[in-house]
Write a protein that binds this ligand. Structure first.
Ligand code: ARG
Length: 287
């Protein structure tokens, strides 16, 4: 039955935000072109509503529970809830954004996580440290560690803070391509230990760190075309991968590893540099 989980172990919880005020009205990454957005009138806004609703329905259909943050005028990127915080073991470490355009989202996400997420603790980063949440800090349940992106949006020093706060290892990976500015645009860690990643997005040192920890058989490297479709920006649970689009070759590689691939187009969000993973924040990860 629609919306009914098949088993409780596979029932994840997510935080999402309806795209009521979503638009591309400023540019803080190479995908964002406010003039191009404005030129297409309301069509893109309507597409965003349809696409978001289809993603929401697909996740509910797979058995997920979804909490929603109330959308706020003038905060178009609030839809990207992956950037709200890092969440593990019932604790959340709130984000601090790099760009002034997104800073007003911080108190909105803090309130939502305190009021709606059912967490035991919600804390802030020290001093003026910048870290943009789970979008830049991915939980690898197979290895029991975080992978954190740095270089564009998050400070490298945040990796130590994350490791101390959650008492797990956090491996910092330097991102070098401005189009792949958050780690979740270039890496996805599957519960089987397989890691989908776009090698060109990483510094040499970061690639070595990935290759040291992920054996060759568990590496799924993306080519330029796959990366540009944001195939790494996938939501994975219950042996299913939900993403905007992918190549046949990518689908085969993931299916060989025991996953089904469910595509639900999110083109209107790609215009802001986001896709499926960015639009969700997983609330129930446990170490
Ligand atoms: N326009 C948003 C930004 O540049 C997109 C954020 C996408 N989120 C993500 N987790 N990658 O900040």
């Amino acid at each position: 039955m629609r919306g009914q989980p098949t088993n409780s172990a596979a029932q994840p919880r997510f935080l999402m935000c309806r795209p009521r005020y979503y638009a591309v009205s400023y540019s803080i990454n190479p995908w964002m072109d406010p003039q191009d957005w404005a030129a297409q009138g309301s069509d893109l806004g309507e597409a965003a509503h349809r696409e978001w609703a289809a993603l929401h329905a697909a996740l509910v259909d797979k058995g997920a529970t979804i909490e929603c943050v109330d959308p706020k005028p003038d905060l178009p990127d609030l839809v990207f809830t992956a950037n709200a915080a890092i969440v593990l073991d019932g604790k959340a470490l709130l984000s601090r954004f790099r760009h002034p355009e997104r800073k007003p989202e911080e108190p909105v996400f803090a309130d939502a996580l305190q009021a709606q997420a059912g967490l035991d603790a919600v804390d802030t980063l020290p001093g003026d440290m910048i870290q943009e949440g789970a979008g830049d800090c991915i939980w690898d349940s197979y290895r029991g560690q975080f992978w954190m992106g740095c270089g564009h949006r998050s400070d490298r020093a945040a990796a130590n803070v994350v490791a101390d706060y959650f008492a797990v290892e956090c491996v910092a990976l330097e991102l070098v391509d401005p189009s792949f500015y958050h780690l979740d645009t270039a890496l996805c860690a599957l519960p089987t230990g397989d890691v989908i990643y776009y090698p060109s997005a990483f510094s040499g040192e970061a690639l070595r760190a990935i290759e040291e920890r992920v054996e060759p058989a568990k590496r799924v490297a993306l080519d330029n075309d796959e990366a540009a479709q944001f195939s790494a920006n996938a939501v994975s649970f219950d042996h299913c991968l939900v993403l905007s689009s992918c190549t046949d070759a990518f689908r085969r590689k993931v299916e060989e590893r025991g996953f089904t691939v469910l595509t639900t187009p999110l083109q209107a969000f790609l215009r802001s540099g986001g896709s499926a993973c960015c639009l969700t924040l997983r609330l129930d990860h446990r170490s």
